[in-house]
Design a protein around this ligand. Structure first.
Ligand SMILES: Cc1ncc(COP(=O)(O)O)c(C=O)c1O
Length: 430
């Protein structure tokens, strides 16, 4: 067989349909579920590597230089971070914890870009201790606190200022960040004023913008990149570094497009170079912060069916042994997924089913209206496109331990995150 039918479109690059169902890098998903248990996060190393390398390559020829800082909020399993570091990316960290993850994965301090709209002094201290290359300021108060820490440490810190330019992107309103009224960053005018008047100890290098996440039409992201150099020129502020954030979306369901992160990064570089030439400006160093577009497509979550029943309205529930504890995105944003049966993804559907999670919330429904072929207890359900913002958002509601994770690479699978044990669930109780 070894085909890639439509149902497999949102699956990782190495996914193929064989006689025993879907295989990733030659390994059957049903075998992984049997060996490692469910729910289980499975990641395809080749999918991560090719995207990370494509982004790094697109920046290599940027006229003013460029770097990519992978957004750890999307994925922070150390084995995946090491793979991303090896491809040449730095790290975008939004907490002292993410800074620690970056250090443990071996990222160079200078490659760290530090974020957060409400950074504590502990977060800022962790950034200074790590020797972070850039701290992205979210407002004037944070600038004062960081400057005080710098003075106490007898050092300076390169900073950018995050602005919300009021550019809307077509995404869920809960993951739009660059609109007027956003909690992230400051208005362009306030950002320019802050850069002109930074407290002693901070060295202003330029601007940062991140418009939102899961953006499938990248044009507004490129438009923002085009707008920023002209804005900096008009305001007379330095733009040695221009950080255009992340945000490129991925395909969650077969009908969606699959934007190419390498091509998108090349488009950003070209747009910035062109506008700088038009404005007579030196091309700044370009920073990008991709998260989802590097790791999202690499992940599949496996569940075991534990029950099938018909409700009073005639709909049929397929209950699985996971849910909002391992996938918060449905409850947070009403995200859509295209689950399939791992061993017969293309078998003719016997009906349309609702996939119920195991948590005590009516909103814990992984997907609605899913065509499946006679699902039964013991079947493995595979949900593709779960490599970003799943494991990092996992939690222990109802005291279910968080899932294990497995990495497939070079035709072999190895566990990279252990399943959380009952003892670990109570380890903090005193
Ligand atoms: C500042 C910043 N940079 C980068 C990202 C990564 O975004 P994405 O995963 O959509 O590429 C985010 C996500 O929210 C962010 O807030």
């Amino acid at each position: 067989m070894s085909e890639r039918p439509d149902a497999l479109l949102p699956f990782p690059d190495s996914a193929r349909l064989e006689a025993d169902g879907i295989r990733l890098d030659g390994i059957a998903l049903s075998a992984l579920a049997a060996e490692h248990g469910t729910p289980l996060y499975v990641y395809d190393a080749a999918s991560v590597r090719s995207r990370a390398e494509a982004v790094a390559a697109a920046l290599r020829d940027a006229p003013g230089g460029g770097r990519a800082a992978f957004a750890l909020k999307a994925q922070s399993a150390l084995a995946l971070l090491r793979l991303i570091r090896a491809a040449g990316l730095g790290a975008d960290c939004a907490s002292a914890g993410e800074i620690e993850a970056a250090r443990r994965a071996g990222f160079d301090g200078a490659s760290l870009v530090i974020h957060g709209n409400a950074k504590s002094d502990a977060d800022l201290r962790a950034a200074l201790d790590a020797g972070a290359g850039l701290v992205v300021l979210d407002g004037r108060d944070e600038a004062q606190r960081l400057a005080a820490l710098c003075r106490a440490a007898g050092r300076s810190q390169d900073v950018l200022v995050r602005i919300a330019p009021g550019i809307d992107v077509d995404t869920h309103r809960h993951i739009a960040t660059g609109h007027h009224g956003s909690k992230f960053g400051v208005t362009p005018e306030a950002g320019a004023a802050l850069l002109r008047d930074l407290p002693a100890g901070l060295v202003g290098r330029g601007l940062h913008v991140h418009l939102g996440s899961q953006v499938l039409d990248p044009e507004p992201l490129v438009a923002a990149a085009r707008w920023l150099p002209a804005f900096a020129k008009a305001e007379g502020i330095p733009l040695e570094v221009l950080d255009v954030g992340g945000g490129l979306g991925i395909r969650y369901t077969p009908d969606q497009p699959q934007p190419d992160p390498g091509a998108h990064t090349r488009a950003l570089v070209e747009a910035i170079a062109t506008v700088c030439a038009d404005e007579g400006l030196a091309v700044p160093e370009i920073v990008v912060e991709p998260g989802r577009s590097i790791v999202g497509t690499a992940g599949v979550t496996l569940y075991r069916v534990v029950g099938v029943k018909t409700a009073g309205d005639g709909s049929t529930w397929v209950a699985v042994d996971g849910g909002m504890g391992d996938n918060l995105r449905v409850g947070l944003y009403g995200a859509d997924y295209a689950p399939v049966l791992a061993d017969r993804p293309t078998a003719e559907a016997t009906g349309r089913y609702r996939i119920a999670g195991r948590h005590c919330e009516s909103t814990d429904v992984l997907a609605e209206d899913v065509p499946l072929a006679d699902p039964a207890v013991g079947d493995v359900i595979a949900v593709p496109a779960t490599g970003a913002y799943h494991q990092t958002m996992a939690h222990t509601y109802n005291l279910f331990g968080r899932p294990a994770a497995v990495l497939v690479d070079g035709g072999a699978a190895r566990e990279i995150t252990r399943r959380e044990t009952a003892d670990e669930l109570f380890a903090r109780d005193v």
